[in-house]
Design a protein around this ligand. Structure first.
Ligand code: NAP
Length: 283
């Protein structure tokens, strides 16, 4: 008799737009692993119930997206240090002994995309991260690990940036509002990362002064789209030598989840190219 496939899924609210099933099916094909990966919708107050049912059906691992990453972290019995520091988990593993293991792979995804796919070194650089929501929380531990010279978090609601920065006292992370950047001491950043949900085409870019961006620096938008986002257009106007969106990060964070679940890291280059083509097709 044919063995049922090992089951994985992504859940969020909404979830219809998620590219994770597409990406993980590619990973399965690239590695020759027989898995099933679905998108499961969850009501805003229904996350725990989705997890309970998925586990009862024999599910082995779950990716978690907006707005449940904090809930996923709290639900886990065991958390990796990076998930604990972020206070958010995007990957749950259901172990045979009944333990729920929570991890956050967003940071690995961002760093691998920047460093390996785009050749951007982070050590000793001055980094500005725009945004202090779940995505920013998820990647901050990995950015700190890269030992930048300076790491500043700026956010529309400054108090969120300040409290996020305060989670990393030893690393000297600074949190502030956009007004502080404009009034600041003329500090210039080598790498600017947009971790806000603002700025899809048509919206205006976050109000960072152009003078805060070193000409020739690198700009990274975690948002991914077929058209350049307003943040990427802004960074090109500011003289960025590299301006890329978050499609590579999406694939790389998924690859890290796949590695945690399956013990093998899938190659990502062809998957990123396939995802870009899929986005252009409007899939
Ligand atoms: P979130 O928790 O809702 O946080 C949203 C962030 O955006 C907050 O910092 C918020 O500021 C800011 N923001 C929203 N509208 C704004 C505006 N008009 N002007 C300035 N700031 C604004 O969302 P998230 O989970 O952090 O996700 C952020 C983005 O990252 C989303 O687009 C998501 O798709 C993307 N993402 C991509 C990947 C990837 O793999 N590529 C992974 C994770 C997330 P306030 O605090 O002031 O509200």
């Amino acid at each position: 008799m044919k063995q049922p496939l090992d089951r994985y899924a992504v859940t969020g609210h909404p979830i219809g737009h998620s590219k994770s099933p597409y990406i993980h099916r590619w990973f399965a094909a690239e590695t020759g692993q027989g898995i099933r990966y679905d998108a499961i919708p969850s009501a805003r107050d229904g996350f725990e119930e989705v997890v309970r049912r998925f586990r009862a059906d024999g599910g082995l691992g779950l990716n978690v997206t907006l707005p449940f990453k904090e809930e996923a972290c709290a639900l886990a019995d065991v958390r990796t240090p990076r998930a604990e520091l972020a206070g958010a988990a995007n990957t749950l593993s259901f172990l045979p002994d009944g333990t729920v293991h929570g991890d956050n792979t967003d940071g690995v995804g961002l760093i691998r995309d920047l460093r390996i796919n785009h050749g951007v070194a982070l050590a000793g650089r001055r980094i500005l991260m725009i945004g202090a929501g779940g995505a920013a929380r998820g990647v901050l531990p990995a950015l700190v690990d890269e030992r930048p010279r300076r790491l500043t978090v700026v956010n529309r609601s400054p108090e969120r940036a300040v409290s996020l920065a305060a989670r990393f006292p030893a690393a000297g992370v600074v949190g502030c509002g956009f007004g502080d950047l404009r009034r600041g001491d003329g500090e210039v950043f080598d790498i600017v990362i947009n971790a806000t949900s603002a700025g899809l085409s048509g919206e205006s870019a976050p109000p960072v002064p152009i003078s805060a961006f070193r000409p020739g620096g690198a700009a990274y938008d975690m948002v991914y789209a077929t058209e350049p986002t307003s943040f990427l257009l802004w960074s090109r106007a500011a003289g960025a030598s590299l301006a890329v969106d978050g499609a590579g990060m999406l694939v790389e964070q998924g690859a890290e989840s796949f590695r945690l679940w399956r013990g093998v890291r899938p190659p990502t280059r062809r998957v990123i190219a396939a995802l870009r083509a899929e986005l252009v097709r409007g899939g």
